[in-house]
Write a protein that binds this ligand. Structure first.
Ligand code: GLV
Ligand code: GLV
Length: 325
């Protein structure tokens, strides 16, 4: 019997590939940048499974290339790069990689909070460009993180991990989410509040929700205007949750004090994007889950979800249970 045919659309870690060997026949994209639409159309012909990722979109048209396609296993926790309703309609299973990247992503949110509040990247630049003349009482003074109030929007696994870290810093934690998290309320003293109260009270506002039709563009001028002038805004979730023009305005016109970003409306961010010119905006290139442990875990999960689906089993991280029968 021939093995199922799989296309791996991005160069995932060996930890995942070794699980695939001998079980499926796979081809893998290894070039710089994402595979083009043409490449995807060609490689998906006759495929039973696809390992996808954030660099390319998977829509109905692409799914239709192979009538045999059973599963799209996304190497990410977010799956806004996939048209999930289109997959469900076709009976194609969609999976993601939760849990293994929770700690790494929460760590990076804390890194952005600390670096933005204490102006670490600006200070690094200052020193390397020869501007450091003396120790000074006013030199690169930032915002104190310990004891500040953090507002967490989206208290899922990552939001909860951020709360536990914030608790360790003695922060006061308020949150807004689809569901109450009594465990986090108990362990970290987190308080559930309205969105408006969160925006008005927080010294740090940090996003940890999925991008979907409810959250797309949820954060705009009105939200930034409600925030304190001394507050910082952190985004490690998805750029499109935020109106980036409004964010630029809020930071350049000092409606808020600063921002720390790992995600953007368009990625990669064009070099001439004015957001890259602001000294009060800390920018990282979407690396929240980029720790060795996390990326190996994501590769393994992507492989396991794919193999389970191809063997006719319900994959552990199924995103569209409606497609499972
Ligand atoms: C990364 O952004 C992910 O969703 O895993
Ligand atoms: C992370 O695993 C999340 O779903 O928040």
């Amino acid at each position: 019997m021939s093995l199922p045919k799989v296309y791996v659309g991005l160069p995932i870690q060996e930890a995942g590939l070794e699980l695939l060997r001998g079980k499926v026949e796979f081809k893998i994209w290894k070039e710089d940048g994402p595979p083009s639409r043409e490449v995807l159309f060609k490689e998906l012909e006759g495929a039973d499974g696809l390992i996808s990722g954030l660099p390319f979109r998977v829509d109905g048209e692409l799914m239709d290339v192979s009538p045999k396609l059973k599963v799209v296993s996304n190497y990410a926790v977010g799956y806004d790069n996939i048209d999930v309703p289109a997959a469900t309609k076709r009976g194609i299973l969609i999976t993601n990689t939760p849990d293994v990247l929770t700690a790494a992503t929460a760590d990076l949110a804390l890194l952005l909070i600390l670096a933005t509040a204490r102006r670490a990247f600006e200070a690094n630049e200052f020193m390397r460009s020869g501007k450091w003349k003396t120790w000074g009482p006013d030199l690169l003074v930032g915002m104190e993180v310990s004891g500040s109030t953090i507002g967490i929007i989206g208290m899922g696994k990552i939001g909860g991990a951020v709360a536990r870290r914030a608790f360790g810093f003695g922060m006061k934690i308020i949150y807004y989410s689809e569901e109450r998290r009594l465990d986090i309320e108990e362990s970290c003293g987190a308080k559930f509040v309205s969105m408006e109260e969160l925006l008005k009270e927080s010294d740090i506002v940090t996003l940890h929700c999925l991008l979907n039709e409810q959250t797309r563009n949820m954060f705009g001028e009105a939200q930034f205007q409600m925030m304190k002038k001394t507050a910082i805004f952190i985004n490690t979730a998805r750029g499109a949750i935020v109106d980036q023009k409004a964010l630029y305005k809020a930071c350049s016109e000092k409606w808020i004090w600063a921002a720390g970003l790992d995600v953007y409306e368009a990625e990669p961010v064009p070099l001439d994007d004015p957001i890259l010119k602001l000294t009060n905006v800390t920018t990282l290139p979407h690396i929240a889950s980029a720790s060795n442990v996390s990326r190996n875990g994501m590769a393994r999960k992507a492989a396991i979800n794919l193999l389970e689906a191809l063997q006719g089993n319900r994959p552990p991280d199924l995103v569209n249970p409606e497609a499972w029968k």
